[in-house]
Every structure is written in C-alpha cells, then in structure tokens.
Design a binder for this molecule. Sequence first.
Ligand SMILES: C[C@H](O)[C@H](O)[C@H]1CNC2=NC(N)=NC(=O)C2=N1
Length: 200
Amino acid sequence: MSTRNVTMLSGKMLFIRQQSRFFFSNPISKAALFRPHPQSDGRKKRFVDRSQIPKPHSLSSNPRTSIRMFCTSESLQDLAGKRCVPCSSNDIHPMPEHAARDLLPQVEGWSIQTQDDGNLKLHRSWKVRSFTKGLELFQRVATVAEEQGHHPDLHLVGWNNVCIEIWTHSVGGLTENDFILAAKISALDMEGLVKRKTKP
Ligand SMILES: C[C@H](O)[C@H](O)[C@H]1CNC2=NC(N)=NC(=O)C2=N1
C-alpha cells in the first residue's frame, strides 16, 4: 500500500474517529471500523465497514445522542453547574421539541409551553407569601440572570402569583441556556419567600 494510501486511510480513520467522538461518548474502535476480509488467496485485507460510520448530523434514535447535539459538553452533567453561552453566538440554535422534552426531567417543576408564534418556552409558577416577597424572589432571580447574561420573563400577578418564563429570544426558541437558567433558579434558596406546595 503506497504511503499516500496509508495517509489517506489514516486520515479517513482520524476523521471517522473524530466524527464518531462527536456522536458517541466512546469513539468507535479501529478494530470495529477496519474489519479484516479474507481474500481468495488466503490474505486478509482490511476494509472500512461503512455500517460503523455514523451518518453526519443524524439525530440517532438514542435520545442521549440527540440531546448531546444541543448540549455544550459530552456528559449530561448537572445543568445548574453549567454556564450559559452568549446568546449572540452563531453556534446557538433552537432545539427541537423532542430534545427539550428529553432535558425536562433535569429541571423539576418546570414545564414546556408553546407560545402564540409556535416557539417553545419553559414555564414555572409559585405562590409567594406577599407582594414584597415576590419582588425579593425576582431580585434573587435577577442576580443569577445577570451573572449568566441570560434573562427570564418575570410575572407577578394578583399580588402573590409568580410565574417565570424562559426562552432564548435571539433564536426564538429553547436552547440549553434556558435549561441552565431554569436549573439555577430552581436551586435558589426560596425559604420564607414562597408558600409550601400543599400536598394534592
Ligand atoms: C446580546 C445578547 O443576545 C443579549 O444580551 C442576551 C441577553 N439575555 C438574553 N436572554 C434571553 N432569554 N434570550 C436572549 O436572546 C438574550 N440575549
């Protein structure tokens, strides 16, 4: 095999392994990728087993892979421990509803709603102990939002009904930023501000 072919093969292998690393937490092994194929003369020739190469930009049936397409890091680490990325980044895109629903269990108490324009948003509501406790809750949320450079919509109606809605305005939909902010808001100490949920 000429040097060029070896370079090409190794280059292709490197590209495939790089691509597979993007889609799978464990890159496909060389052995799986280059399977020996017995020749008529008894020699074994290696060929690229195309069935092992992930299709580019395919949302595989594995929900964790599809979530990973929209998350900033390989592992689905605790969202509250992550940091929002600038909403003006060209790399930020709205996620499809199935990816949002896959992330929802990580932000307990939040729900996904569809806006009048069809875009998705996160929603959560609380009963606060007083109007001023509601404003104090908003202040704590505002501190997190300013730290993250990502902001919710805050509603305080009927003096003690707080509702917080989050979506990424720059892309008109849900991104991981919204789930990170929701997780950080859920992690806030609201003791003394909100009424305990009465057991159903
Ligand atoms: C420049 C940058 O897009 C804006 O400053 C930030 C501020 N906070 C934001 N918050 C939300 N929810 N969506 C945004 O698009 C957004 N953009």
